[in-house]
Design a protein around this ligand. Structure first.
Ligand code: APR
Length: 236
């Protein structure tokens, strides 16, 4: 059905989570076998408390993730989505991912709900740096403040511009495709529901069950995202 709906839709929005980047080599968070939050408690490490009270472990954890997004690359699936945007098969991407891989693969209309690991900013003065500073083990701003990744930590609000773009895209969609998310984190997991309530067909492609499967018009959980996108790309 997904192929038919892709052909028929006037406004297709793709919503991606960490499962979109596992085939690039980056771990996701909640996969039963290798998710990051299977080894660490996110509230202890991915939070503003951790940044303030546990800064060395915070920096060590995020330096590892910065090295990951510098070492690994977008995979074929990211490039197919960028191609589909150029051919107007899809209109935009809403992503929870912070790897910047959609943009690296050529996608332009991307709402990064949770920010990006490609950038750091000073916790004290807000000055922006490239995340290569972490690669070079440079952890301080020239004002003396600590440099932190420009991502949304647990307990922080989402960037207003990305949120508003995602909201308007979800409301415009007549086809909303989730790729690789457990849909377990609010408010990001509300966008599939907003799209559904606005009249869109909802498709969830995810190897494990998600909290929103009951609202979906189609659930695909026996395929890897990369191979499914390649298969669809042949016939689109
Ligand atoms: N193909 C299909 N599904 C996949 C693949 C794949 N190749 N790889 C992983 N998955 C599925 C997993 O089964 C899992 O259910 O992707 C899902 C990823 O879910 P999570 O690990 O929970 O990631 P995500 O939904 O993006 O997490 C949301 O939580 O920690 C925060 O801010 C972080 O943005 C993240 C948010």
């Amino acid at each position: 059905m997904l192929k038919k709906w892709l052909d028929e839709a006037n406004y297709t929005v793709v919503f991606t989570g960490a499962g979109m980047s596992t085939e690039s080599g980056l771990p996701d968070f909640r996969s039963s076998n290798q998710g990051l939050w299977r080894q660490k408690d996110p509230s202890e490490i991915a939070s503003t408390d951790a940044l303030n009270t546990n800064v060395n472990e915070f920096i060590e954890f995020y330096r590892e993730r910065v090295l990951g997004v510098k070492e690994y690359l977008p995979h074929k699936g990211h490039y197919i989505l960028a191609e589909w945007e150029k051919q107007s098969n899809i209109q935009s991407i809403i992503t929870q991912n912070v790897d910047g891989f959609h943009q690296l693969a050529g996608s332009n209309r991307v709402a990064e709900l949770h920010g990006t690991l490609q950038e750091l900013h000073c916790q004290r003065c807000g000055k922006i740096y490239d995340s290569n500073e972490y690669v070079k083990k440079e952890y301080h701003c020239n004002c003396g403040g600590v440099l932190r990744p420009s991502i949304v930590l647990f307990g922080e609000t989402l960037p207003e511009e990305a949120f508003q773009l995602a909201l308007s895209e979800a409301q415009k969609a007549d086809l909303f495709i989730v790729l690789g998310s457990s849909l377990s984190v609010t408010p990001a997991n509300q966008f599939p529901l907003i799209a559904k309530e606005s009249g869109a067909k909802l498709v969830i492609v995810n190897q494990e069950k998600t909290e929103m499967d009951l609202y979906a018009d189609q659930v695909v959980n026996d395929r890897k995202i990369g191979e499914l996108l390649q298969e669809l790309n042949i016939s689109i």
